[in-house]
Design a binder for this molecule. Sequence first.
Ligand code: ADE
Length: 225
Amino acid sequence: MRIDIITIFPDFFNNFFNYSIINRAQEKNIVELHIHNLRDYSANKQKSVDDYQYGGGAGMVMTIQPIDECINTLKSQREYDEIIYLSPDGHTLNQKICNKLSINENLIFLCGHYKGIDQRVRDIHITKEISIGDYVLTGGEAAAAILVDAVVRLIPGVISDETSALTDSFQDNLLAPPIYTRPSNFNGHKVPDILLSGNEQKINTWRDEESLRKTKAYRPDLLEE
Ligand code: ADE
């Protein structure tokens, strides 16, 4: 998979993508991440990327010219499955959306700033808008980083234990059951006996029941879907 990220803060992503699983996915050539500085595509001398809003109103708007130039340059090099704008107006991100995106070849993530982007960018280029939640961030970069993380870890070969991503919370609209590791008794706080029983069938039944119990307690909305 290749993901191109368009941003006015390219340095934001350096640290984030150089750690742990996302870094290993790049080293294994399973994913290529390319960061594009939007200002490099600005046609004016000041390299500006925003302007006042037609009709008046508070807040600057990201102009169409540099975004159009950047996306057209990328589109001339390969076909893209989705061009995604990270925005609080978008579909709220969930595991189903991540699963679908993880099977794509080429994606563009556009990070917004200020009041947002000129509507014509949406009309001409954007195929999907994604929000990471019902709150407003200062820009789309943190949302794009979260989306990269959530999608890339689902690509086969990225997580070494292949089944691990399949047993995540949300994968079947249920929260994951409690998990434990050594010691079996920590200052009197004991691991449930069933997990030490060696009876796989009983352990699986217990895990299913615990998933359901946790989901009912913390996220009953998931059971209504
Ligand atoms: N940009 C600003 N707020 C956002 C949000 N909640 N999700 C995605 N992108 C955003």
